[in-house]
Every structure is written in C-alpha cells, then in structure tokens.
Design a protein around this ligand. Sequence first.
Ligand SMILES: *Cc1c(COP(=O)(O)O)cnc(C)c1O
Length: 513
Amino acid sequence: MTASHDTRAYAERITLDPGSDENWQSLRALGHRMLDDLFDAHQALPYVPAWRPLPATKAELFSESGPEVGLGPDMVYDQFRSHVFPYGNGNWHPRFFGWVQGTGTPLAMLADMLASGMNPHLAGFNQAPAKVEQQVIGWFAEWMGMPGASGLFVTGGTMANVHGLACARMAMAARLGRDARKNGVQTWPDESAPAPLVFYGSTETHSWAKKAAEWLGLGDRAFRRVAVGPDRRIDMDALARRIAEDRAQGLVPFCVIGTAGTVNTGTTDPLEAIADFCARESLWFHVDGAFGALLALSPRHRHVVRGVERADSLAFDLHKWGSMPFECAVALVRDADTHAAAFKSEAAYLGALPRGVSAGGQRFNDIGLDLTRGFKALKIWMQLKADGVAKLGAVIDQNIEQVQYLARMVDAHAECERVAEAPLNVLCFRYVPSDTSREFTDNSARETFLNDVNREILMRVQEQGIAVPSSTVLDGRFVLRVAHVNHRTTDQDIETLFDAIVEIGREVVSGRD
Ligand SMILES: *Cc1c(COP(=O)(O)O)cnc(C)c1O
C-alpha cells in the first residue's frame, strides 16, 4: 500500500518548502546561482585578498532584530553575498597558514550539501548513511594501524580527545571497582572519598586537555603537565618521576597523552616510548593526533608517528590536514567493549526492534556523547573514493616540503630567525632587523622591541590581505607561526609570504606605514 497524494491537502498545509511549482522553480534557479557563485569564488581565490575586515557599515546588518516576516530567499541570498561571503577568516585561501585550520575542497562542499539535503539522523539505525560512517571509520582504523577499532565521527579534535580521555577514566574506574557512571566524581555520604584520578601530558599538550579535565569533573589539578626536553618532546624521565611521586601520595594515574604533531611546533612525542611505558605501568595510552596522526597516510613521513598504532585511543581531525570542511574529526578506541562501557545507555524511546528503521546496525549514540548527529562521513567518503588516499598523503608531503622551503629562506636571510625546530609543517620564526644587537645593551629591552615589531608585522600582513600566518609565544618570544595544512598553496605563495614579512618588517622598523 502506498500513501495517496492529494494535491489540495499539500497546498493547504504550512510548510517551509516552496509553496508552488513556480516557487520551486525560482528556488532551483537560486540554488544554481549559489553553486555558480561558489565555484567562481573558488576559482578566483588566488587573485583576491587572503582576508578583508568586515566594513563597519556592513556590520550594521548583524544588529538588526529578528525578522517577524520573511524577505524571501532571493533577498536573503543577496545579503549573504554582499555582507557575509567576502568576509570569512580566509582559511580557504591559498595563502592562509594561520593556527591549524583546514581549507575545504569543492567536492566535499558538494557532499555536505548532499548530506544536508538528505538530512539523515546518524544515531545509527538501519540505513545506508550509517554504513558509510562505519566504513570510513574502518578504513581509518586500518590506516592508523588499529584495525577493528571502535570509532565515530565527532565535531573536532577537542571532542575526539575528550571521548578518548573519558574512556580512559572509565576503564581505570572499572579496574578499581568504582562505578564511575553511577557515582560520578563526587563523594556520596555512603561512600568514602575515592583517591583522585590523574593523567599526564607534556607542557606542549594542546589546551583541550585542561578543558577536558575541568569538564569531566576531574579538575585542572588532575592534568599533570610534564616538562619537555629541548626538542619540545615529553621528557620520559620526568614523566616516570612524576608518576612515582603521585602514586606515593596516593593519587591514581590513569592515562598518558602523547601528541602527534604539537600545536606550537609540530613536533611529535616519542610515541613508542610512551606506549612501552604505559604497557609497563598499566596506563591508558591516548594519542592526540589532531593533525599529526594523518602523517600515517604519507609513505614518506609515516615513520614520524610510529607508535600511534599502539594507542588505546586516538583522536584526529579531518578538517585540518584532511582538508574537509568543518566539522569533521574521528575518535578511535581500540577496545570496543571499553568504548561502549563508557557511553552506552538504555532509553525506552531508543529501543531497537528486530526489523524496520531501528533494527540492527551500529548505534553511534552508544559510543559517544551526541544523540542527534549529522552525516559528517559522506564528504570524506566521497573525497577518498574520488581521489584515493594516496593523494591525501601527497598533499601532506607537499605541505611539509613547502614549510621546509620557507625554513631554508628564513635560515638564509640575515633579518630572519628561526625560533624553534621545524620538523614538519609548522614553522616559528621572527623578523630580526640586522642592527638590533648593537642598539640594545639590555637583552630584555631588545626582546620587547622584537615582540612589538613582529606583532605589528603580523597584523599588517593580515590587514593588507597578503597572507594569514598566525603567532605564538615561545619562551617569552612573540613569533610568527606558519602552520601549513593548505592544499591550495603554491611555492610562489610561500615566497609571497616571505617577501612580505621582510618588506613589512623593514617598513615597521623604519617607522613607515
Ligand atoms: C587543533 C588541535 C586540537 C583541537 O582540535 P579541534 O578540531 O580544533 O577541536 C587538539 N590538539 C591539537 C594538537 C590540535 O592541533
């Protein structure tokens, strides 16, 4: 039996769909215009500024009160086109190198449109989109050397890392015979206070770990920051000492974080040594591979992240080095039972039946925090099928080569100084006018001067729309930071950035605008 189609009934109800064939036609035409505009904008990227600030007159649109009646789709699109579209943060531009923000791809853009148009609900269920997600998770589990791992798509590296840490905490609580899901991290009157659980990572660990400690109720004190060596990798002796001290004080260490690709300098902790250590000490080994884990896809650089395959949990983004549009990240957990034990919940309205929509299949809401989830997997599924994974690996190699090219220019130039080792795709450097050592007898005055100069250079390079590098502070020094995950960049773009920094540096020092 099929549902009958009564045109009159359709015409009479209120819907957010176009109300007539004519309206459908005009929305269709608008949709085609949007696609054309998107493609035109992509093709024009090399010739437009990397960033431009939103003019104050246009910003006024964003203080208007909420619309009581509608303007219609065409007028709204015109507003988007004039007030929003040109004023993003620039991360799709070939000369964007700031923070670690991915670029996006035209095919993934289209896939997101398909996913959004189809709009399936990815709690799981008996549907093809859930199979797509499961399949992509399976591919990455293989590529990361964790075949059969349990996993799911989440919004970003922060969320993926939090999922890993949550599993680590639950696993330790279970070992201690504590019902962490029932009792939480509080002390109830009928219980004696449990010993605090603590976890470890280097001082170069990304700021997600502090947020996670706070959010999981462990408290910031539970995140034990371990010193790094001169190479900015975790000091394994310091780690062992700290854990022994903590145990002697009655604390319960449960996890060590290793970072594959640190956010400051792109270095990678000694993952194999941490894996050995965790195995010896019965600790959970979590790897934050937000961008760096994707090195596993590059035959040339895979060795850098050796040991990642021994992680108990692994977090990585596909919206950074995977070039996917936001938001797109993966949490992998080696042991499926441990993973489910951390999140599985029963709710009458979510019960599965033997047949029908809710039958069988993976339940992503049982291995993660989100219940309603979008179809994030489609874009990477389509991109990988269209291009093959080797091409993703080749982009990663190209980014590393381009940063090494920039590093050589920096090293060769008398007025530039590299401030940290740049083993991969992150370079920290600064402009140092040649005569500052003579001008300043006091070193701290010289450092303050250089910080001011480089801050000014960075703002001008961005404001002039030339390129978008970002910054960080290393040992008190304000440095320019290029974190390169951009598949659109040419060698010439790298040269443009370098030349601009030197030229603007000279202008800043000589007091010219
Ligand atoms: C970006 C990053 C994160 C956070 O990931 P989001 O996707 O921004 O939430 C965590 N760790 C490292 C090393 C990162 O580079």
